[in-house]
Design a protein around this ligand. Structure first.
Ligand code: SP5
Ligand code: ZN
Length: 359
């Protein structure tokens, strides 16, 4: 078998998002989803002989099928609203941080108006305090969407697999909300674009350490896009905490089209790969004709953000399993935070996915 040189789609603009901090349990901690991730992955992909391609600009059409216009408007304007507000003298920092969340706990069912002050309005869209909006956030998140859409174009043109170096990641972003270091749902946009381009049924397999609550929610009541995820058990106290349980299997027309495979803390390659194989078989059995892989490499043993113990060889095998589906595949970057090993984990996956092809 030959090693296939996978097209790796990136954009320099994805570096423009600098989270600066994550407000975590009341403390401003160092951001983990940093722009150096892009360079680590791109450098490894270059060294491994993959084809580095710059993303091209795409219209908002597919993005607007996935996200509500209010969220897009907020993300595009929030940093300017903060800059124009009194925050420089008030708090002396330029990141948009929500200060309240207008959930039913606050409104008690009363009709809620959009808040005028941006630090209050942010809670209409942000669902955590870790995911800050800075001056370059919108441009970077939008460029990540362009990476995903360019990868779809390549697959539509006949590439068996294309990898989108999306950053910031996307699978925690819902139709109308952002959180979990995610702003726009790159994998959801890729799946929707594959649908628009003629695939009747698209499967999303999410191997990030965390369940992709955003992607799951976007497609929960649809039967034309399947969502399957293997992740650390939210019931053991891990993000996204409130969803991602095995009994969430879809609703309405989408009944049966969602599959969550939670794993215990400390799970290593064997059971993790069994779950990946299960999801690969599932999307084939259900008649999907295209695949989106949400490739988080934070399930790796040395990643600081999850307790799973997957090895580089495990990621190579996951690539082989998903490549063996034979489905045209768009691989979208999600999480993965250990800079010294991040790039190697991604290229291990791509090696496995590409090895099943002759190049
Ligand atoms: C895309 C992705 O992998 N998002 C991860 C979201 C889960 N983050 C949970 C963060 C928990 C606190 N981590 C401490 C970080 C200290 N800066
Ligand atoms: Zn993750």
């Amino acid at each position: 078998m030959n090693q296939y040189a996978v097209p790796v789609v990136w954009s320099p603009t994805t570096r423009d998002h600098d989270p600066a901090h994550e407000i975590w349990v009341g403390v401003a901690t160092e951001g983990t989803e940093v722009s150096a991730r892009v360079d680590a992955i791109r450098d490894s992909a270059t060294a491994a002989g993959h084809r580095i391609i710059e993303a091209t600009a795409h219209a908002d059409e597919v993005l607007r099928r996935v996200h509500e216009p209010e969220l897009l408007e907020f993300l595009a304007t929030a940093s300017d609203r903060w800059r124009e507000g009194p925050y420089a003298e008030l708090v002396g920092q330029d990141r948009v941080v929500p200060y309240l969340f207008p959930t039913p706990a606050m409104t008690g069912g009363l009709p809620a108006r959009p808040a005028v002050a941006v630090h209050a309005d942010a809670g209409r869209f942000a669902y955590d305090t870790m995911t800050l909006v800075g001056p370059g956030t919108w441009a970077a998140a939008r460029a990540a969407v362009d990476c995903a859409l360019t990868a779809v174009d390549l697959v539509s043109a006949g590439e068996p697999v294309a990898y989108a170096l999306c950053r910031p990641p996307g699978h925690h972003a819902t139709s109308a909300g952002f959180g979990g270091s995610c702003y726009l749902n790159n994998a959801g946009v890729a799946a929707e674009s594959l649908r628009v381009s003629g695939h009747e049924r698209v499967g999303i397999v999410d191997v990030d350490a965390h369940q992709g609550n955003g992607t799951a929610a976007i497609f929960y009541d649809r039967d034309d896009v399947l969502y399957g995820s293997v992740h650390v058990d939210p019931g053991a106290g891990w993000f996204p905490h409130v969803v991602g349980y095995a009994d969430e299997t879809g609703a309405g027309a989408g009944t049966g089209a969602t599959r969550n495979l939670p794993l215990a803390e400390g799970t290593d390659d064997g059971p993790w790969l069994e779950a990946v194989q299960h999801l690969a078989d599932w999307v084939i059995d259900e008649g999907c004709t295209a695949l989106v892989v949400s490739l988080g490499v934070d399930a790796a043993e040395d990643d600081p953000e999850s307790p799973l113990l997957v090895t580089g060889g495990g990621y190579r095998e996951a690539g082989s399993i998903l490549g063996s589906t034979g489905l045209p595949a768009v691989v979208v970057q999600e999480g993965g935070y250990h800079l010294p090993t991040l790039g190697g984990l991604v290229t291990s996956y791509l090696e496995g996915h590409g090895l099943t092809r002759s190049g």
